[in-house]
Write a protein that binds this ligand. Structure first.
Ligand code: PEP
Ligand code: MN
Length: 262
């Protein structure tokens, strides 16, 4: 992953998504796939607003075993149908090594969630996949630990890895996590892998998301991943940090102005 290995930032391409080049990649969609209507409404809206990939969880790693665990393969099928209609690449989480092949049949990008950043069997399985990987930082992991986690995937033979800062655990409790944007320029010195910011999990509040997305782009992030839901009050997960479709559109207009300025 070291910058010394490659001078230029690696470009990771997966269907409609390209990150690491000039364009900022924008992955947007619901935290969880909940229904055909919810997913298609969101997919059409984020596509129209300029997103370059659709995110949505089908296998959900929930803190409580009593919370909604995702639609699993039925959710993957809905994501593939949304890609067929909109042309958007699909980014979705895989939580177990044995599911990597199944998720890879439907997804363009395998997301490794924060809770699984150091699940080494999962990292190795994703290293053998031909799908691109979005590796999220563990909430208590150091940057060096994240880079070593990325090495497991690269060393397995998969060069298409993106690193995602999604906030870390600190003493501060007003935001869900603390989002260190200095991770962007720091990682760009250390590694050639593209760097993505997740302002949704990083803040845990809808109202804070657009400002942090703009700040991430101003700081030089190669992409952002943002939760969007047509009806956040009734979302089955993370509604409190999801943008409504109209809010996402407005954020995208502002982000384009920031991207032009940097
Ligand atoms: C998610 O993207 O919905 C998610 C569960 O993120 P994280 O792994 O960063 O908590
Ligand atoms: Mn979420």
């Amino acid at each position: 992953a070291s910058r010394e290995a490659h001078d230029a930032t690696s470009v990771v391409t997966a269907g409609s998504l390209s990150v690491g080049g000039k364009q900022v990649g924008v992955m947007a969609g619901p935290c969880s796939v909940e229904s055909e209507e919810q997913l298609m409404t969101t997919a059409r809206a984020v596509k129209a607003a300029g997103a370059t990939a659709l995110r949505g969880g089908a296998f959900k790693p929930r803190t409580s075993p009593y919370s909604f665990q995702g639609m699993k393969e039925d959710g993957l099928k809905l994501l593939a149908a949304a890609r067929d209609e909109t042309g958007l690449a699909v980014v979705t989480e895989v939580v177990a090594p044995d599911d990597v092949d199944l998720v890879g049949e439907y997804a363009d990008v395998l997301q490794i969630g924060a809770r699984n950043m150091q699940n080494y069997r999962l990292l190795e399985a994703c290293g053998k996949s031909h799908r691109a990987v979005l590796l999220k930082r563990g909430p208590s992991a150091t940057i060096d630990e994240m880079l070593l986690a990325a090495e497991y995937i690269l060393d397995g033979g998969n060069p298409n890895v993106m690193l995602c800062e999604r906030g870390i655990r600190t003493f501060e409790s007003h935001t869900r996590f603390t989002l260190p944007l200095a991770t962007v320029p720091y990682l760009q010195q250390k590694t050639h892998l593209p760097v993505i910011i997740d302002p949704s999990h990083g803040t845990g509040h809808t109202a804070l998301v657009p400002a942090m997305a703009k700040a991430a782009i101003a700081a030089g992030a190669d992409g952002v991943i943002v939760e969007v839901h047509p009806d956040p009050e009734h979302a089955m997960s993370d509604g409190y940090q999801s943008l409504r479709c109209e809010q996402f559109e407005e954020m995208m207009q502002q982000c384009r102005r920031v991207a032009e300025a940097v």
